[in-house]
Design a protein around this ligand. Structure first.
Ligand code: F0G
Length: 452
């Protein structure tokens, strides 16, 4: 009888390496103190495992580097743009492709063309920069994720789904003030959770019924598609490419931060089915990003992205990719560290409130845990809780987001091995207080000290 193997190995070999900086706990204590106990202020050269974000931190492939050398850096009409445009058209089925330097540039462009004061934009959850760009126009970003999507310990295969009943009511009531409707796949704000194809179809039908253009935020479209293949009844026999095609076909257009599933370090785009907004968008693009055939990017970035958008659909890669966060979540849970359930595609979110109940939210349990993860193993994570959102934060989470194709299983095994020790001493962890509190976006530059 053959035994089924459960290990999922990295489906690549490594051609170029970079040493990891390794320090002692004492050295890290000094570094952390100097950085005001804010991990954003710790230099990357003093971080061993950098899980701050999965955005722009991808390791590129040999094919991508080779394509970069072939780039045509002409100001207008470059060959590289043609290649990029063709790839995006084939992937999405959308005709009009507008490059931007990253996701938020696409957001600013689209929303400044579409939104006015008093407008409302529904979605499952808007990402921070999406929300900020909507609010910047005097409009309102409305989150309508299903109730399960808000409770960390609840299991649900598609926790990123939008509540279709609420969406219908919302569109019925506010139709005149909704210039576009959205969905974020996967739902980063809700824990990197996928949206089912059935739910995307449902949302598309509602938007269509009310004549509202449907624009998706697709920065993790490939991770969403592999979850659909693995979890949604009836989808297992389809290729991820086919699932991705159907996903795109349901909307009128998309915005993408290519720094995620584009497998590149910089880049983004808007792609649209019809030309209604295209002229306006291209004029705005020229104003701040650049000519429509490069939009704030070098042609070599467009080349790397054209290759990345193809490579990301490799199912061996995608199975390995979602296994990373599942493996980490399972390991943490086994050690007694609660995480948002199930694991997301690009990240694991530790529930610091449940793990450190002796630290009150106003003493920042997430910050306490993030600092301890740095002290013990040189891990850089990101607090998503009361430090980031103030007193309004419903959860106290610490996000470990995994760069694509960068770390290997032994890194994760090493980290998990240390978790027993962390659990054993969790009662000794203390909260933090501000010594410097900037008026807005305080998490980036705030300074803290431990409460003794
Ligand atoms: N939309 C989503 C769902 C995102 O996760 C991000 C970025 C953006 C838009 C903005 O794209 O960074 O290229 O301007 N998320 C990163 C993160 C920053 O760490 O989650 P960008």
């Amino acid at each position: 009888m053959t035994k089924t193997r459960t290990t999922i190995f990295e489906p690549f070999k490594i051609k170029s390496v970079e040493p990891l900086p390794i320090f002692t706990r004492e050295q890290r204590a000094e570094i952390l103190k100097k950085a005001g106990y804010n991990l954003f202020l710790v230099p990357a050269r003093e971080v061993t495992f950098d899980f701050l974000t999965d955005s722009g931190t991808t390791a590129m492939s040999a094919e991508q580097w080779a394509a970069m050398m072939r780039a045509d850096e002409s100001y207008a009409g470059s060959r590289s743009f043609e290649r990029f445009e063709k790839t995006v058209r084939q992937l999405t089925g959308y005709r009009y492709v507008i490059p931007t330097h990253q996701g938020r540039a696409a957001e600013r462009l689209l929303f400044s063309a579409l939104l006015k004061k008093g407008h409302k934009v529904p979605s499952n959850n808007h990402f921070d920069t999406t929300r900020a760009n909507i609010e910047q126009m005097g409009a309102e970003a409305v989150d309508l994720v299903i109730p399960e999507g808000k409770i960390p310990h609840v299991q649900h295969p598609f926790k990123g789904n939008i509540d279709l009943a609420k969406l219908r009511d919302f569109c019925e009531t506010h139709r005149e003030n909704i210039p576009c409707g959205m969905l974020t796949i996967t739902n980063n704000t809700g824990g990197g959770q996928p949206v089912s194809l059935e739910n995307i179809r449902g949302a598309a039908a509602i938007y269509r019924q009310y004549g509202i253009p449907f624009i998706m935020d697709v920065c993790r479209f490939a991770e969403n598609s592999i979850f659909v293949k693995d979890r949604e009844p009836g989808q297992n026999n389809r290729s991820v490419r086919d699932i991705a095609h159907e996903t795109f076909s349901l909307a009128d257009g998309c915005m993408m931060s290519a720094k995620k599933d584009g497998l590149v370090n910089i880049g983004g785009f808007i792609a649209l089915k019809n030309d209604t907004w295209v002229e306006r968008l291209r004029s705005l693009l020229i104003l701040t990003e650049g000519f429509p055939t490069y939009g704030g990017l070098a042609a070599r970035d467009l080349e790397a992205l054209a290759v990345g958008l193809e490579e990301v659909l490799d199912e061996n890669y995608l199975h390995y990719r979602i296994a990373v966060s599942r493996y980490m979540a399972d390991g943490l849970n086994k050690a007694g560290i609660p995480t948002v359930q199930p694991a997301g595609g690009h990240a694991v979110y530790i529930d610091a409130k449940a793990f450190l109940p002796h630290i009150a939210p106003e003493k920042f349990p997430g910050q306490a845990l993030a600092c301890e993860l740095y002290l013990s193993d040189g891990i850089r994570s990101c607090e998503i809780g009361s430090v980031m959102f103030g007193q309004n934060s419903a959860m106290e989470l610490v996000r470990l987001a995994f760069p694509r194709r960068v770390y290997t299983q032994s890194h994760f095994d090493y980290i998990l091995e240390g978790m027993e020790e962390l659990v054993a001493k969790k009662e000794t962890l203390r909260g933090f207080k501000f010594t410097h509190e900037p008026p807005f976006l305080r998490h980036f530059t705030a300074r803290f000290e431990p409460i003794t």
